[in-house]
Design a protein around this ligand. Structure first.
Ligand SMILES: [Zn+2]
Length: 365
């Protein structure tokens, strides 16, 4: 129980931190602080990725672990004369999620200004308008100001970053809910795993990547610079184990253990997990008594897709944490799934030896 309390605290700090794509400073600070002391070296690259290195027992492979630290959010797009603020999305929002939320705007001085997302009152809408989703471009943020000047004086202008204001809390059992579980839960898993690494042959490079939600950008440059032999990406995946979804539509189940992604994305944009690596992950899970699921995600992909295409190619797998209501402020997941994901990373990495690589993948030219 003590261990999962520590994991919960870490997840809470990570998820409550501000960090929309491109503006990850606060969450990056939390990550660097966690990794100092656990790594042989920690550094931040030019795009803002945090990279931590732990040396293996010698002559080993270069194994990259990735999870993205950015979350979806908004930029201020326009401020009207009355001080109402309009938003432009950063990453994939479903518009009906946004109305009625409380948001935080990051000002020039680094402070947060709170606001609420409103719309024209429903009483004034025509019947057919009421039945439709109000699109994001008709929603606005009310920070309580009365003029554009008042807003600008606070250090808010076109381009100021915005996230949702949401506390992370525990639900029943080992379930937790909050914003940005995508993919701070993955970040928590790789940090936990990194701290418990011990005696592995491989050199491990942990990457907490920026700008995944806007095109897998941080992972692309980190993988290029680190030139790994193997990639293991950790992200959340859709758990549509909810009313209205048929069993045959189910991608993964919350509480069923990490989901090994067999394939994701569409055609050229996704990842097909390297089959030899998939087998290794399954064997590692079985031998260590870690429950797992196999999953296929028909749309959307993760950092794994770009890591795999680095330089001459990197055999890569994606390990996914089943999560409900992804890209909303009420994402729900199971702490034990996060903990099992961390354990699976450690167990799999132990098995990633030079001998295995040369036998199953082939030597590097
Ligand atoms: Zn994600």
């Amino acid at each position: 129980m003590a261990r999962s309390d520590g994991l919960y605290d870490l997840l809470k700090r990570l998820t409550e931190a501000f960090g929309i794509s491109g503006y990850e400073d606060e969450v990056r600070g939390v990550i660097v602080e966690e990794l100092r002391g656990a790594a042989d070296k920690v550094w931040v690259d030019r795009l803002g990725n945090v990279i931590a290195y732990k040396k293996g027992s010698g002559g080993g492979l270069r194994v990259l672990w990735d999870a993205h630290m950015d979350e979806i959010g908004f930029f201020v797009r326009y401020i009207d004369d009355k001080g109402f603020i309009y938003l432009s999305p950063v990453g994939g929002w479903w518009d009906p999620i946004v109305l009625g939320q409380r948001v935080r705007i990051l000002t020039d001085s680094g402070s947060l200004v709170y606001g609420v997302v409103g719309s024209k009152p429903p009483h004034l809408l025509k019947q057919e308008e009421r039945e439709k989703v109000v699109p994001l471009d008709r929603l606005f943020v009310d920070i309580g100001a009365s003029s554009r000047e008042e807003v600008e004086k606070l250090g808010i202008h076109v381009g100021s970053p915005v996230d949702l204001d949401r506390e992370t809390i525990r639900l029943q059992g080992d379930r937790v809910t909050g914003k940005a579980m995508d993919d701070r839960a993955g970040v928590a898993a790789i940090i936990e795993a990194f701290k418990s690494l011990d005696g592995q042959e491989a050199d491990v490079y942990l990457v907490a990547a920026v700008q995944e939600e806007v095109g897998l950008k941080g992972a692309r440059v980190a993988a290029y610079s680190l030139s790994p032999d193997i990639g293991l990406a950790v992200d959340v995946t859709t758990a549509n184990d909810v009313p209205g979804a048929e069993p045959k539509e189910q991608v993964a189940r919350v509480g069923g253990g990490p989901a090994l992604t067999v394939a994701d994305g569409r055609a050229s944009s996704g990842l097909i997990t390297h089959p030899k690596l998939l087998r290794l992950l399954e064997a590692a899970a079985r031998e260590a008594g870690i429950p797992y699921q196999l999953s296929i995600l028909p749309g959307g992909t993760t950092d794994g897709a770009v890591i795999a295409l680095t330089r001459e190619g990197v055999p890569t797998a994606t390990i996914s944490i089943p999560t409900r209501y992804i890209h909303s402020p009420v994402e729900v997941l199971s702490l034990s799934d996060v903990e099992y994901t961390a354990r699976l990373l450690v167990e799999a990495t132990k098995r990633l030896t030079r001998e295995w690589y040369e036998r199953e993948i082939g030597s590097r030219h």
